[in-house]
Design a protein around this ligand. Structure first.
Ligand SMILES: Cc1cc2nc3c(=O)[nH]c(=O)nc-3n(C[C@H](O)[C@H](O)[C@H](O)COP(=O)(O)OP(=O)(O)OC[C@H]3O[C@@H](n4cnc5c(N)ncnc54)[C@H](O)[C@@H]3O)c2cc1C
Length: 421
């Protein structure tokens, strides 16, 4: 028998914060709130966590944030350290830039599948007494006085039933097609790039040093190769907008692509995962509507250039959870919440502008412009600091998550951290 909305609302469970979405953004927010002792509920429509490696690069500033949440050592153990970025032109090395001088306790990037990062966050959440309610699809969010009621359907084994949770605050971390965003009437303006991208996790021979990620330029497109933990490499390549691409590129396709671009590496097995996709860049016009906050892909999506998507979402989550924690534990007043949209939307716009420039550089078609790109790449990489800092600390701008000082770990330090932000 179907439950009416009125019945649902009158029986709504009460909590302080509802987090919609248990991807890396929602899980980071949940761990931070659990650490601060804030009652919360995490809802996710999926019956199981991500199994694929999607965001496979974790930057130094993000490792610092995750370390502050108690999972730094495990994360570093689970990943493959990237100490250098190399740039090559049709396989011929142009220049190499070391990351070891980064101003971080973790002076490297980490190749680690998103599924592993999510598992570690889930494990930490469980240690702190938290959990995710799976099969809970949120369909609406609406204000009820000073609270917000999140409603939806539960799908255990296909039999749909309703649920309602009432909270003071809602974090919409439900990805690019966010229901929380549309329920809040927030626009998500932006565009889709013309180029296509190919992605594969595949074992390669002759792919260069294990601790180096390589950006290969060629008239056919840009190919980035980096080593993942285990036997596989991650390959991402831009491909002509008009090219006919298989849904899941196989070993033969990848070998041809590498050979056409002058890259010596070859697949030694079929890819364990491969895909083709087009890339969008969009930023929500608001990150907050009353007590509803958007974070991660729900608030911004951009090109995978420089691997910023998940990293920026984790920084959003740490920021908003710290602010909400400060308010809900009585360490700060509501005005501290105003800084979230100001700071995190500015950070998202900065990430989008940077990844947009990189993506357009990668997609250049004119031979003269491509020559200019090779010269510029050599110059930039001879004076690497600005670029290093940009790639590894981008999107982690000042705020409660400041990587320079290291984030706080307990309630006592929350007020000091959020004051003035
Ligand atoms: C192929 C690929 C490669 C990438 N590479 C990189 C990279 O190298 N580096 C990087 O930083 N980023 C990368 N990204 C981007 C990165 O994967 C995303 O930015 C990241 O997953 C965003 O995390 P999120 O938690 O905000 O959203 P998501 O991971 O999308 O999680 C959203 C969650 O919300 C749930 N949900 C959705 N709707 C509802 C609903 N109505 N009710 C309840 N739950 C709901 C979903 O089930 C999901 O679990 C890549 C992405 C892809 C696809």
């Amino acid at each position: 028998m179907e439950v009416s909305v009125v019945e649902l609302l009158s029986a709504a469970e009460r909590t302080e914060v509802v987090i919609v979405g248990a991807g890396p953004t929602g899980l980071t927010a949940a761990v931070r709130l659990a650490e601060l002792g804030v009652p919360h509920v995490v809802l996710d429509s999926a019956l199981a966590p991500t199994r694929t490696s999607n965001a496979a690069l974790v930057h130094a500033a993000t490792i610092e944030l995750l370390a502050a949440l108690g999972l730094g050592e495990e994360l570093v153990r689970a990943g493959r350290q990237v100490h250098r970025i190399g740039m090559a032109d049709r396989g011929r090395p142009l220049v190499r830039v070391g990351l070891t001088g980064l101003p971080s306790r973790y002076p490297f990037a980490l190749g680690v599948p998103q599924s592993t990062t999510e598992q570690l966050l889930l494990h930490r959440l469980a240690e702190l007494g938290g959990s995710v309610r799976r099969g809970h699809r949120v369909t609406s969010v609406h204000g009820e006085g000073t609270r917000h009621v999140v409603t939806g359907t539960v799908e255990p084994g296909g039999a749909a039933a309703g649920f309602a949770v009432s909270a003071r605050y809602v974090i919409g971390a439900d990805g690019a097609h966010s229901t929380v965003r549309s329920a809040s009437g927030v626009e998500f303006p932006g565009e889709t790039y013309p180029a296509q991208f190919v992605l594969a996790d595949v074992a390669l021979s002759a792919a260069g040093p294990d601790d180096e990620a390589t950006i290969n330029l060629s008239p056919r497109g840009v190919t980035v190769i980096g080593r993942l933990p285990g036997p596989n490499h991650r390959v991402i390549a831009t491909v002509d907008p008009a090219a006919a691409l298989p849904e899941a590129p196989d070993r033969r396709f990848l070998d041809e692509l590498l050979a056409q671009r002058g890259i010596a590496a070859r697949a030694t097995a079929e890819p364990v995962w491969s895909s083709r996709f087009r890339v969008h860049h969009r930023v929500a016009d608001r990150f907050r509507v009353d007590g509803v906050f958007l974070a991660g892909d729900a608030a911004h999506v951009h090109s995978p250039a420089a691997g910023q998507g998940m990293n920026t979402g984790i920084a959003d989550a740490y920021d908003i959870a710290t602010r909400l924690g400060a308010v809900l534990t009585g360490h700060a007043g509501e005005p501290v919440l105003d800084g979230y949209e100001r700071q995190r939307r500015a950070a998202a716009l900065e990430v989008l502008a940077f990844t947009d420039r990189l993506t357009k550089l990668a997609m250049l078609e004119n031979p003269l412009a491509r020559l200019g790109r090779r010269v510029a790449a050599g110059t930039v990489l001879r004076f690497p600091w600005p670029l290093q800092r940009r790639i590894t600390l981008l999107g982690q701008r000042p705020g409660p998550q400041s990587a320079a000082t290291g984030p706080p770990r307990d309630r006592r330090t929350v007020l000091a951290v959020v004051s003035g932000t």
